[in-house]
Design a protein around this ligand. Structure first.
Ligand SMILES: Cc1cc2nc3c(=O)[nH]c(=O)nc-3n(C[C@H](O)[C@H](O)[C@H](O)COP(=O)(O)OP(=O)(O)OC[C@H]3O[C@@H](n4cnc5c(N)ncnc54)[C@H](O)[C@@H]3O)c2cc1C
Length: 406
C-alpha cells in the first residue's frame, strides 16, 4: 500500500464511506480508515432518508440498493399516552423514493464498501485507528494510525475527519467546539418481534418516559430514553425496575421486557449536540458528526452526514485530483453545509427543551403540545416535518463525474 494518498478519510460511518466512494468514483486516490474490524457495531441509526435514496438514484445505484432487505416507512407517528398522532407524511415528497428505508446501518455501509471496492483508486483499511495528526508547521499532512501490524503513518494532501461525535482528530486539531447540550441519554437493547406486531418505527411518550423501537425483522431494536447522566441511577434501581419501566411504556406484551436478562444486553448511548466554529485547518476538514454532533431527535444525523459528504466531494474532487486543495476550498464546504447543520440543530434543541425534557420530568401523561395538535388536525401540515426529516435544508446533488463511466 502506498503511504501517500491524495485524501485520507478517517471514519467509516455514513459520512466517511459516502465521501470515500464519491472521491474514488471521481478518480481521486482515497483511503478510508475505520477503527473497527467490521461495520457491525454500536448503534447509529437505521434510517436511509429520501434524500439519500435520491443521491443513490443520481449515482445509478438505487435499484441495486433497494434489493437489500429493508422496510419502507411512509408515515411517522408518535404516541402520547394512548393517543397516536401522525407527525410526518413522506408520501408527498417529490423524490424517487418518498419514504424512509429502514435498514440496519451495517447493510448500508457494506453496500457502499462493495461499490467503492470496484473503484481502482479506493482503499478501505479496517482496524486502522487514527491516533494522531501529522503536521508540517501549521499544515496537517497525514495521520498516524494503530493497526494490527503496529503503528503506521499515512501522508495525504487532505485529511478528512469523519470520525463521529467523539472525534479524536478535531480534538487534536484544537478546533473550538460550541456545546449545545442534550437533556437525555439512551439505553439501547433488543427484544423479539412477532409477525403480528406493527411494522416500521414506534415511538411512545408517557409520564417520565420516552421509548422508541426500530423494526429489524425478527427483533425490535429499542431505545429507552433517560435523563442525561442518570444511567447509574437506573442501574442502582435494578433490572426488575428497568423491565417494569420498559413494560409500562413499550407497546408490546410484558413478556418481551422479560427477555432482557442482564445489563450486558443494555448499552448506554450518550447523546451530545455540538458544533465546531471552524470546520477546517490547512490540510484538514471535519464533516458529519465530527463537525456537528447531532441529537437523535428526528433521526436526521445520517442524512446530514451524507449531505456533507456529497458537498465535500462536489467542492473538492477536481482540486484533489489536481493536487491543489486550498484553504478557501475547505471554507467553501463549511459555508455550504453550516446553515443546514445549524438550522437542524436549532429545531432539535427546541424539541429537546419543549418536549423531551418536560416529558422526562413529568409525573403524568403529557398532553399533546400545540404543534402536535395542529399536525393531528391539519394533515397538510405533516408535509413540513416530513420534508425537514426526509430531505432537509439545502439538499445536495452529485456533481462529481464518474471517471470510469466517462
Ligand atoms: C442514540 C442515538 C440515536 C441516533 N439515531 C439516529 C437515527 O435513527 N437516524 C439518524 O439519521 N441519525 C441518528 N443519530 C445520529 C447519527 O447517529 C449521527 O448523526 C451519524 O451517525 C453521523 O455520521 P458520521 O459518519 O458523521 O459519524 P459516525 O456514524 O459516528 O461514524 C464515525 C465512524 O468513525 C469511526 N472512528 C471513530 N474514531 C476513529 C478513529 N480514530 N480512527 C478510525 N475510525 C474511527 C467509528 O468507528 C465510526 O465508524 C443518532 C444518534 C444517537 C446518539
Amino acid at each position: 500500500m502506498s503511504d501517500v494518498v491524495r485524501c485520507c478519510v478517517v471514519g467509516g460511518g455514513p459520512a466517511g464511506m459516502m465521501l470515500g466512494f464519491l472521491l474514488a468514483r471521481a478518480g481521486v486516490e482515497v483511503t478510508v480508515l475505520e477503527k473497527h474490524a467490521d461495520f457491525l457495531r454500536d448503534f447509529r441509526g437505521d434510517t436511509i432518508h429520501p434524500s439519500t435514496l435520491s443521491i443513490l438514484d443520481e449515482l445509478g445505484l438505487l435499484q441495486e440498493f433497494l434489493t437489500l432487505p429493508h422496510r419502507e416507512v411512509h408515515e411517522l407517528r408518535m404516541q402520547l399516552g394512548n393517543t397516536v398522532i401522525p407527525v410526518g407524511d413522506f408520501s408527498h415528497l417529490s423524490a424517487p423514493c418518498p419514504f424512509i428505508a429502514l435498514m440496519p446501518q451495517w447493510d448500508f455501509l457494506n453496500f457502499l464498501a462493495r461499490q467503492s471496492a470496484r473503484r481502482r483508486t479506493f482503499q478501505l483499511l479496517m482496524q486502522a485507528e487514527a491516533t494522531e495528526l501529522l503536521r508540517d508547521g501549521e499544515r496537517v499532512t497525514g495521520v498516524r494510525m494503530s493497526t494490527p501490524d503496529g503503528q503506521r503513518e499515512l501522508r495525504a494532501d487532505l485529511v478528512v475527519a469523519a470520525d463521529g461525535r467523539s472525534s479524536v482528530l478535531r480534538q487534536q486539531a484544537g478546533l473550538e467546539v460550541e456545546v449545545l447540550g442534550a437533556p437525555m441519554d439512551v439505553l439501547w437493547f433488543r427484544v423479539s418481534r412477532e409477525p403480528s406486531d406493527p411494522a416500521g418505527v414506534l415511538g411512545r411518550f408517557d409520564a417520565g418516559q420516552i421509548f422508541i423501537a426500530l423494526d429489524r425483522g425478527d427483533y425490535w431494536q429499542c431505545g429507552y430514553v433517560i435523563g442525561k447522566g442518570s444511567a447509574d441511577d437506573v442501574h442502582r434501581r435494578g433490572m426488575e425496575a428497568f423491565r417494569d419501566g420498559v413494560a409500562h411504556v413499550a407497546p408490546f406484551p410484558r413478556e418481551r421486557a422479560n427477555e432482557i436478562r442482564d445489563w450486558d444486553e443494555v448499552k448506554l448511548l450518550t447523546v451530545q449536540v455540538d458544533r465546531l466554529r471552524r470546520w477546517y485547518l490547512p490540510g484538514l476538514l471535519c464533516i458529519g458528526d465530527a463537525a456537528h454532533a447531532m441529537s437523535p431527535i428526528g433521526g436526521v444525523g445520517i442524512n446530514l452526514a451524507i449531505q456533507d459528504a456529497v458537498a465535500a466531494a462536489n467542492a473538492l474532487a477536481a482540486r484533489l485530483r489536481a493536487g491543489q486543495v486550498r484553504l478557501d476550498d475547505l471554507a467553501r464546504v463549511q459555508r455550504r453545509r453550516e446553515l443546514p447543520a445549524r438550522a437542524t440543530q436549532w429545531v432539535q434543541v427546541q424539541l429537546q427543551n419543549r418536549i423531551v425534557r418536560p416529558v422526562l420530568q413529568s409525573v403524568e401523561t403529557p398532553a399533546p403540545p400545540l404543534p402536535l395538535r395542529l399536525l393531528e388536525r391539519f394533515p397538510l401540515l405533516r408535509r413540513i416535518p416530513a420534508y425537514l426529516i426526509g430531505v432537509g435544508v439545502r439538499p445536495e446533488h452529485v456533481t462529481t463525474p464518474d471517471v470510469q463511466a466517462a
